[in-house]
Design a protein around this ligand. Structure first.
Ligand SMILES: NC(=O)c1ccc[n+]([C@@H]2O[C@H](COP(=O)([O-])OP(=O)(O)OC[C@H]3O[C@@H](n4cnc5c(N)ncnc54)[C@H](OP(=O)(O)O)[C@@H]3O)[C@@H](O)[C@H]2O)c1
Length: 489
């Protein structure tokens, strides 16, 4: 299946691209900055710049099976000045109209057009149960969602249109949870405002499953509330996140403080939407993470699957210095060993499996082939700090083993072993990193304060990305295709 994705570099879009690639789709991403997109999406995604002229865009869309349109300026970043509101509007309404017009002008237009919208459509609805039949609410966001959906509905002239009224998306790398976690990890989290407002959450995995099903299932059409069947209040969200992290979460953020800091944007976090996925339930969609506790547990648990310990005498390496810590992460890939090895030894794929907050950038041309002694150079961003990192490949034993070791960069020692082993049609993979920070006691303190958690998050994200690229859903998709069941892609 050929899928054209907008917003592919975002929180939802990048995860969708990983899943689609994993299912063997041909993906084209409509992007503002092709160079940055290449770094984030890897070499297997075709890029289509948003700067293309309308006729060129129409030509690129011809023959595409489906469009998934997720682009839009972030609603929460930047004060809602008149100019910002115009940007929010045009990046959704005008951009959607532009895309729909190009699809219509294509010689062979896509047959499916899936467009993001938001539960913001319903405005502030207190504790009213909101289904897809509920009327539009009041306020800027509700009007924006209506106009955005209206622009997408124009695609009904040539395609089946699915409108995703998305709730707060919970996933391990970014989104709302990414913003909340730092305070909650320190035990400084709590409900927002009075805490009684309903937060219509959805786990990222469930949202992706809805999109993938929407690509293939003719019954998916019109507006769909994309939020879990058991909406929770802000107070319940804070308490569940606190207990998932084992931290207290009782410090409320007063509504007045939110309004002072966020201005009009405070409405986004203070309004109440008890949205129910009525249509999805009629369609028989089964949520993998229907409850808040379950959804949050999965997000937090990812990092816990990365084991970390102080190095012992058994961790001797062929290097002059000893490591201080050893990190291990295991994954099972539902592809044969040769395919798994080919993916992991291609340097251009690294960006696709690295969390976006690292602002990973490969410097220079990626080497045509990797082998003993190959040097790779990157830049990564940690907050405002940009760091250069140079590694060299050691102990190259395809297709079961290789090591990358730092030759210059932030660590005093970095030795990353990749072990792969065939297991029937699957591959078992073990990442083992032996490392040490510089500056003796200060390095240990930095490790305790944030570096340990950061490494866990990096490998936790990698596990999540690898599951989307090489997880069991590949096998399920192939099985559907073979059995000729509805929805094979
Ligand atoms: N995440 C949520 O909780 C949530 C909830 C409700 C609705 N939604 C909607 O779902 C969609 C995806 O959400 P997300 O969390 O993945 O958003 P995100 O992380 O903020 O990503 C937004 C994406 O849109 C692109 N974009 C922004 N402005 C653009 C423009 N003017 N032209 C072209 N591309 C533009 C960005 O590209 P660059 O990389 O170039 O910036 C990025 O790829 C959004 O439309 C959002 O409003 C999300």
């Amino acid at each position: 299946m050929r899928v054209f994705v907008s917003g592919a570099t975002g929180f939802v879009g990048r995860a969708l691209v990983q899943l689609l690639l994993g299912q063997g789709c041909e993906v084209t991403a409509w992007v503002r900055d092709p160079r940055r997109a290449r770094q984030r999406l890897g070499p297997d995604v075709q890029l289509c710049p948003t700067a293309l002229a309308p006729d060129e865009l129409a030509a690129r869309l011809s023959g595409v099976d489906a469009v998934v349109h997720l682009a839009g300026e972030s609603v929460l970043s930047g004060a809602w000045t008149a100019a910002r509101k115009r940007a929010l509007w045009s990046s959704r309404v005008q951009l959607t109209s532009q895309l729909v017009a190009a699809c219509r002008a294509a010689a062979r237009p896509p047959r499916v057009f899936i467009s993001a919208s938001a539960v913001g459509y319903y405005g502030d609805a207190d504790d009213l149960e909101l289904t897809e039949h509920s009327p539009r609410g009041e306020g800027f966001l509700a009007e924006l969602c209506e106009a955005w959906e209206g622009a997408a509905r124009e695609a009904q002239a040539f395609a089946r249109v699915v409108l995703l009224r998305i709730g707060i998306v919970l996933g391990p790398d970014g989104g709302a949870l990414g913003a909340m976690l730092p305070a909650f990890r320190l035990g400084l989290g709590g409900p927002l405002g009075a805490g009684r407002q309903y937060v219509p959450f959805i786990h990222l995995r469930d949202l992706l499953a809805i999109i993938v099903q929407g690509l293939q299932d003719e019954r998916y059409a019109g507006a769909l509330n994309c939020s879990a069947p058991e909406p929770a209040t802000s107070r319940e969200l804070a308490s569940a996140l606190g207990s998932a992290l084992g931290r207290p979460a009782r410090l409320p953020v007063p509504a007045l403080a939110l309004r002072l800091v966020l201005g009009q944007r405070a409405r986004v976090v203070l309004q109440s939407q008890r949205a129910l996925p009525a249509r999805l339930q009629q369609l028989g969609f089964r949520f993998r993470h229907p409850t808040l506790r379950d959804a949050l547990q999965q997000c937090v648990q990812r990092d816990a699957e990365v084991s970390m310990r102080a190095a012992g005498s058994g961790d001797r390496l062929p290097l002059p210095e000893a490591p201080s810590h050893v990190l291990e992460h295991r994954s099972r890939l539902h592809v044969p060993l040769s395919q798994a090895f080919e993916f992991f030894c291609r340097a251009e794929n690294l960006g696709l499996i690295t969390p976006s907050w690292m602002k990973f950038e490969m410097l220079g041309e990626p080497p045509a082939a990797i082998g003993e002694g190959t040097v790779l150079q990157y830049r990564i961003g940690l907050g405002p700090v940009r760091l250069r990192w140079r590694t060299s490949i050691r102990s190259w034993q395809p297709p079961t083993h290789f090591v990358d070791t730092q030759t210059s960069g932030p660590y005093a020692l970095w030795w990353h072993e990749h072990h792969l082993q065939a297991d029937g049609d699957c591959t078992l993979m073990l990442d083992r990193v032996c490392y040490r920070l510089p500056l003796a006691i200060l390095g240990r303190l930095a490790h305790w304060l944030f570096v340990g958690a950061m490494l866990r998050a990096i490998f936790g994200y990698r596990g999540e990305a690898v599951e989307r690229l090489f997880g069991p859903q590949r096998v399920e998709a192939r099985f559907q295709a073979r059995s000729g069941g509805r929805g094979a892609i």
